[in-house]
Design a protein around this ligand. Structure first.
Ligand code: ADP
Ligand code: MG
Length: 189
């Protein structure tokens, strides 16, 4: 079994540098599956595949499997015309949590693709701390004000800056306790 953090971080860099990310659908379940499959192709046998087990974190139960395909169709059709609508769509996709593992890391890339396309902006994740991010996401199914405020404060127009993406990957993995490898030195290992 390959090291999950190292192998999938390398794929995250490749996803950007190869331009593959620009070939994927934006704002749909299919596009999220494409991102997930690419990132986790070396480490999860379920990479890109919608889960068939129920999942919970803390006290929160994500969308039940029996409703998941309907939930995802509804999310695909949610509007993305404003920052608020895009955040709501992101929150709903987190509530759906379509994969057994890797939802956080894949869905943050998916969110940035929507923000780039619709607003010409993306999130500079290096400006958002782990504890504040996770507590805002825990709160988000009930009230999205905290996550909306946090994401808004970290928006940048530097959407073509490779370093914004790389630092973002580093932070995104930090949120998930995967901080052993520096995204800038992966290929020295
Ligand atoms: N209690 C919670 N309620 C709602 N969402 C949560 C909760 N805890 C974590 N999350 C969200 O789930 C993500 C983690 O999902 P997970 O499938 O484990 O992804 P990864 O493997 O990339 O860590 C977090 O980044 C956060 O966005
Ligand atoms: Mg996880």
């Amino acid at each position: 079994m390959k090291n999950e953090e190292l192998a999938s971080k390398k794929r995250a860099v490749e996803l950007y540098d190869s331009g593959r990310i620009n070939e994927f659908e934006v704002g749909t379940t299919k596009g999220l599956q494409q991102i997930h499959r690419f990132l986790f192709q070396d480490v999860f046998d379920f990479a890109g595949r919608i889960r068939d087990v129920d999942l919970a974190k803390g006290n929160f139960r994500f969308a039940p499997v029996i409703y998941l395909s309907d939930t995802l169709k509804t999310i695909d059709n949610l509007p993305e015309n404003s920052f608020d609508e895009i955040v709501k769509k992101y929150v709903e996709m987190n509530v759906a949590h379509p994969f057994r593992e890797g939802n956080g890391r894949a869905t943050r890339i998916w969110l940035d693709q929507i923000l780039k396309k619709r607003l010409g902006k993306c999130v500079d994740w290096s400006k958002i701390g782990k504890e504040e991010y996770l507590s805002a996401m825990e709160r988000s199914p009930i009230n999205d004000l905290e996550i909306r405020t946090l994401l808004e404060s970290a928006l940048t127009q530097d959407i073509d800056d490779r370093e914004v993406y790389m630092k973002g990957i580093q932070s995104s993995y930090d949120y998930e306790e995967q901080s052993e490898y520096d995204v800038h030195r992966l290929f020295d290992e």
